[in-house]
Design a protein around this ligand. Structure first.
Ligand code: HEM
Length: 513
């Protein structure tokens, strides 16, 4: 093809896309729904894609505008695709809970054939999701958390050793990466049943996979763009998958090998893999011990496959390590700026650890009321998922209006905007754990606090997430007073992406107590 022909087709294509986008950009105005002005071809994603401004910040600006004008919702565009954003808490309650049957999915592309890892609980749709959620729910009970608790405590030993080294040479610690490695080790251990020790070996394959998953690189942006704008049949046809073949093989092989080893040697460990082997062999989790692994009785319910197991272990890892690590990091940054709160929580932690023979115990952590408030306030001010993705699965008429959210429209629940709204949290930038005392909690709309989402699709790992955050904080704060090192840029800024992490390093000084 000659250059002039290529140029000709290029001009025609861009012109067509331009007029197509212009037409698409009239979607919200036709529905008489408020929206921020989109730009071609980004819609409202321009600052996110060009300047790395988190999309949640763009949403927050529109949230404030909509609220000041008395609107209960507004619309945005991701490229030319319309997305609905509810503002009113009663409407959010309808979407997440009461009228959940209209909003069961997340609208994430699932292609179990080419990319088995996409078949995980976070992505799965409709009956497949319901079926898997039902099977997995018993693996996250408080009894099961108690069973896995000791593994978490073992991981704190490695954290202790590293902190001791830094304290002995009086060097600040970069906590963001260290805590991501700490939670990688915990989830690797309880989720995949293997010792990763990425705290000692930052270059471990597991840690590399974790870093890769949250990179906002150019190629990740292009992949995201294609997955957002192309119809699922086209993505399947061109075999465009979310995860690289290398990642898919890595996780599936890991699970395959672990399962084969355990079944051959009848190994019983207190972790998710054990519970999922039960799901594979019996279709349900039992409270029985190792003998159940070898039991040849026919399952009463259909069991899960190795690929399904790998997809779930994979999402526990992804959803579990960065969310909890980022929560701990934010908690330490806030405590480093609010020394009175830090001293108060340390006093409680030390008192209760002492009560339990100088050990961090499950029961002890459950007794730490002030620590619970500190973690809640951290998740209020810095929700790891600033936007919760959902999709409308059948046309929904918003009660009291003539606006219909059409089936297929994505919905963004603006958690960060709600949790920084001065109507619900006066002086919202202030870090104040007392917002979570019984009286203040009772006086607030329950949907003004949704760091784990709500309704049937609420985070399945709430208990595990909070537990590992608390174990980590107990371990650090019981031994060290932490202050902010000048290498940490304040006020902190967030990286863009599904999960909010701090931009740049988080350096903190340690002083033994
Ligand atoms: C501080 C820690 C955590 C936070 C803030 C968090 C937050 C969230 C949020 C906001 C959602 C979406 C809920 C909704 O749509 O209503 C979610 C879903 C999910 N989370 Fe978490 N999470 C955390 C830890 C964990 C851990 C430790 C695991 C697993 C090991 C986990 C596994 C999941 C899964 C599998 C889903 C999808 C649930 C479904 O669609 O049925 N999360 N999480």
């Amino acid at each position: 093809m000659e250059l002039s022909t290529v140029t000709y087709y290029l001009i025609i294509s861009v012109t067509l896309i331009y007029f197509f986008s212009k037409y698409k950009f009239s979607y919200w105005s036709k529905k008489k729904v408020l929206y921020p002005e989109p730009t071609f071809p980004y819609g409202n994603l321009k600052q996110t894609l060009k300047e790395n401004v988190p999309f949640s910040s763009i949403i927050s600006q529109s949230y404030d505008k909509a609220k000041s004008k008395g609107h209960k919702f507004f619309g945005v565009y991701k490229f030319w695709i319309p997305s609905f954003v509810p503002v009113d808490l009663d409407l959010i309650k309808l979407i997440l809970h009461k009228d959940f049957t209209y909003f069961t999915d997340r609208g994430v592309f699932v292609d179990e054939e080419n990319d088995p890892l996409t078949g995980n609980l976070f992505n799965l749709q409709e009956h497949k999701w319901r079926n898997m959620r039902q099977k997995l729910t018993p693996t996250f009970t408080s009894g099961k958390m108690k069973m896995m608790f000791q593994t978490m405590v073992v991981c704190t030993k490695h954290l202790d050793e590293i902190l001791k080294e830094y304290a002995s040479i009086n060097e600040p610690v970069e906590f963001k990466d260290l805590l991501a490695r700490f939670t990688t080790d915990i989830i690797g251990n309880v989720g995949f049943g293997i010792e990763i020790n990425s705290m000692k070996d930052p270059d471990s394959e597991f840690r590399k996979e974790g870093i890769k998953a949250f990179e906002f690189s150019i190629s990740a942006k292009i992949k995201l763009f294609l997955i957002m704008v192309l119809p699922p049949w086209l993505l399947k046809k061109f075999n465009i998958s979310f995860h690289s073949a290398k990642s898919i093989n890595f996780f599936i092989n890991l699970v395959e090998k672990t399962v084969a080893y355990r079944e051959k040697n009848n190994v019983f460990r207190k972790d998710f893999i054990h519970l999922m082997i039960q799901l594979k062999n019996f279709g349900r989790v039992t409270d029985l011990d190792e003998s159940t692994l070898m039991n040849k009785e026919k399952p009463s319910v259909e069991g899960i496959t190795i690929n399904e197991m790998a997809a779930q272990a994979f999402v526990f890892f992804l959803a579990g390590f960065e969310t909890s690590a980022t929560t701990m990091t934010f908690a330490l940054i806030e405590l480093g700026q609010n020394m009175d709160i830090q001293e108060k929580v340390r006093e409680e932690i030390k008192r209760i650890i002492e009560k339990y023979n100088n050990e961090i115990t499950y029961d002890g952590i459950m007794e730490m009321e002030y620590l619970e408030k500190v973690v809640s306030e951290t998740l209020r001010k810095h929700p790891p998922l600033p936007l919760i993705p959902r999709t409308c699965t059948k046309d929904y008429n918003i009660p009291g209006t003539d606006v219909v959210i059409e089936s297929g429209t994505t919905v963004e629940i603006p958690t960060l905007s709600i949790q920084r709204d001065p109507e619900y949290y006066p002086d919202p930038d202030k870090f104040d754990p007392e917002r979570f005392n019984a009286e203040n909690k009772a006086n607030r709309h329950p949907y003004a606090y949704i760091p784990f989402g709500e309704g049937p699709r609420i985070c399945i790992g709430v208990r595990l997430g909070k537990l590992q955050v608390k174990v980590g904080l107990c371990s650090i704060l019981s031994k060290y007073r932490i202050t902010i090192n000048k290498k940490t840029a304040l006020p902190i800024k967030y990286n863009p992406g599904l999960i909010s992490t701090v931009k740049g390093g988080v350096y903190l000084n340690l002083e033994s107590v």
